[in-house]
Ligand binder design. Structure first.
Ligand code: F6P
Length: 359
């Protein structure tokens, strides 16, 4: 038996722990393991394919990033190819990928990725490649699993940043607006905002009214609290408005969301007269060592993915349905993206403890 492992999309703390657990579990069964480097691109001649041995995965479980590297531009079904005039066209290279996998004697692939990579994994399975998925994303926006690894580390990083912002905001009587990642989901903002005890949380699932945000800030002011921390998810949307988009992305990439913190900070300063600052936490949320929770979840996912191959669960992904790791069809998980439920107890508790959602 020869299996391969690939990591696709944005990296997330815990990827190396999945790789390590999957490699060791496969070797324990007497299987051979290959690592596809740089997402699916490694199977399209862009990078290489390397054997993964006990030595390759020694001492990597606690490290962020991925020893296999990754890309969010390697969709084999619409692969960006540069033309002579410098422009790009997208072509379908999926047949070539499957042919290359066959030539390498790959019997099964573990594809570790977010919704984009999992969708590709599902399409490849429909075309005949035996694939098992492992959900990964700091955004926590994959359905069918209680959590994805990387999320807890991102929340911890954001919460620690909030702790630091508290002291400087209070010293200067300022409003500090911090933007966190999450794409169209507000989980990182909500979880870090509540655990960091901020004053305003803005998430895509609850469109905000800037006047309500300012009311909350002025209400604190009248209680003698002269500073405020606002956590805004990058995909947050003003009522009747649209999300904030950064400049164009590279060919084959999703559009980049961001810039909302500065917009919100300018508006709060104009409307309240309070001194505001904004900051974007950015890719710090994706870096660093995974937390214990993420390491454990990632390790369980890695072991379970190999078990799923043993059980022939093709087209399935592993998922946490506490207290167990189960497998579910990838297409079922992808039907609906996971979003914050505005009636969830975390939102209710945030409101009851005085946090405004600007609605
Ligand atoms: O999906 C993970 C994520 O970190 C999002 O939260 C964010 O919008 C995006 O990836 C950033 O991607 P990039 O690494 O291309 O800037």
């Amino acid at each position: 038996m020869r299996i391969a492992i690939s990591t696709g999309g944005g990296d997330a703390p815990g990827l190396n722990a999945v790789i390590r657990a999957a490699v060791l579990s496969a070797l324990d069964r007497g299987w051979h393991v290959l690592g596809i480097r740089k997402g699916y691109a490694g199977l399209l001649g862009e990078d290489d394919v390397v054997p993964l041995t006990r030595d390759s995965v020694r001492g990597i479980g606690h490290l962020g990033g991925t020893i296999l590297r990754t890309t969010n531009r390697g969709n084999p079904f619409s692969y960006p190819v540069k033309q002579a005039d410098g422009s790009f066209v997208e072509i379908d290279r999926s047949d070539e990928l499957i042919e290359n996998a066959r030539n390498l004697g790959i019997n099964a692939l573990i594809s570790i990725g977010g919704d984009g990579s999992l969708k590709i994994a599902h399409q490849l399975w429909r075309k005949g490649l035996r694939v098992v998925g492992v959900p990964k994303t700091i955004d926590n926006d994959v359905s069918g699993t209680v959590a994805t690894f990387g999320f807890d580390t991102a929340v911890t990083t954001a919460m620690e940043a909030i702790d630091k912002l508290h002291t400087t905001a209070e010293s200067h009587d300022r409003v500090i607006v911090m933007e966190v990642m999450g794409r169209h989901a507000g989980f990182i903002a909500l979880h870090s905002g509540l655990s960091g005890a901020v004053h305003v949380i803005l998430i895509p699932e609850i469109p905000y009214d800037i006047d309500k945000v300012c009311e909350a800030i002025m209400a604190r002011e009248s209680r003698g609290r002269h500073f405020d921390i606002v956590v805004v998810a990058e995909g947050a949307i003003p009522k009747g408005g649209t999300e904030s988009i950064l400049g164009a992305s590279l060919p084959g990439q999703d559009r980049r969301i961001g810039g909302i913190a500065q917009r919100v900070a300018v508006q709060i300063q104009e409307k309240t007269g309070k001194e505001c600052r904004s900051m974007v936490l950015g890719h710090l949320q994706r870096g660093g060592m995974p937390t214990g929770y993420d390491r454990l979840l990632a390790t369980r996912f890695g072991g379970a993915a190999v078990e799923a191959i043993d059980d022939g669960k093709w087209g399935h992904m592993v998922a946490l349905q506490s207290p167990h790791i189960v497998t579910i069809p990838i297409d079922e998980a992808l039907k609906e993206p996971r979003r914050v439920d505005p009636t969830h107890d975390i939102v209710r508790t945030a409101r009851r403890t005085g946090i405004s959602f600007g609605d």
